[in-house]
Write a protein that binds this ligand. Sequence first.
Ligand SMILES: Nc1ncnc2c1ncn2[C@@H]1O[C@H](COP(=O)(O)OP(=O)(O)OP(=O)(O)O)[C@@H](O)[C@H]1O
Ligand SMILES: [Mg+2]
Length: 251
Amino acid sequence: MEHKRLISDGDKVQVYEIEGNAVKVFKDPHEPKSVVLYEALTHTRVEETGYARIPSLEEIKKVDGKWAVAYKFIKGKTLAELMKENPEKVDEYLSMMVDLQIEINSYRSAKVSRLKDYIKRSIEGLDVIDDVKKYELLTHLESMPKHVKLCHGDFTPDNIIISEDGAYVVDWLKAKQGNASADIAKTYLRFCLSHRTEYAEKYLKLYCAKTGTAVKYVQDWLPLVAAAQLKFRRPEERELLLTWIDIVDYN
Ligand SMILES: Nc1ncnc2c1ncn2[C@@H]1O[C@H](COP(=O)(O)OP(=O)(O)OP(=O)(O)O)[C@@H](O)[C@H]1O
Ligand SMILES: [Mg+2]
């Protein structure tokens, strides 16, 4: 029998190291095949952009009766682990993270799903806000510039692995083509949701300074990415997300 070592145990997936691969196993034996194949397809499309800091997809298979996607195993620690171990280096790590995200956003893929469509569908499907609020948010979304930059969609320190030959980025399930500022707003939101508001603020400032972007331009995306995040119905996120939705600035 092949030897497998558990690397990560999350809400929906477990990741094992099996014979040189990181195998992402979907916990639910009834996980729709379309979800598994969508992750694999999105990852492949990102690989095809030429972006190199991504592990190659090796195989789609079943492990103990559950669907799994095997990626080349990247040896190293996640940036989240390093931030915990070396808090004095957090500024350096955040700066490295911003550089990585700017690089990702410089790639294009016409085949990856569109971020604005995703946010629109997510808002339309919400039942925690009324139709007036939905209309306000959708109008706001409509007014936002339409870009086609590669966005990771969940660019957090957990999804960055620092190996001997540099950083690699994993977990491309939510990758989209869209506005880079929306991708930054999502990272900002994820820091806030994990009670790292001071990292969120630093990240936003660093990004804006490095790219010459107005802070307000990124902030304008916050209610929209917050609304899209509400669809996951996580009770612990609800209050903060509803607060973000209420700060829509219509000017
Ligand atoms: N190619 C890889 N090489 C080494 N480790 C990996 C690789 N891919 C993923 N991991 C590890 O597994 C963890 C979880 O993987 P991933 O981010 O893809 O799943 P996830 O969707 O965040 O899981 P969940 O949804 O359950 O939170 C990563 O944070 C990383 O530590
Ligand atoms: Mg992840």
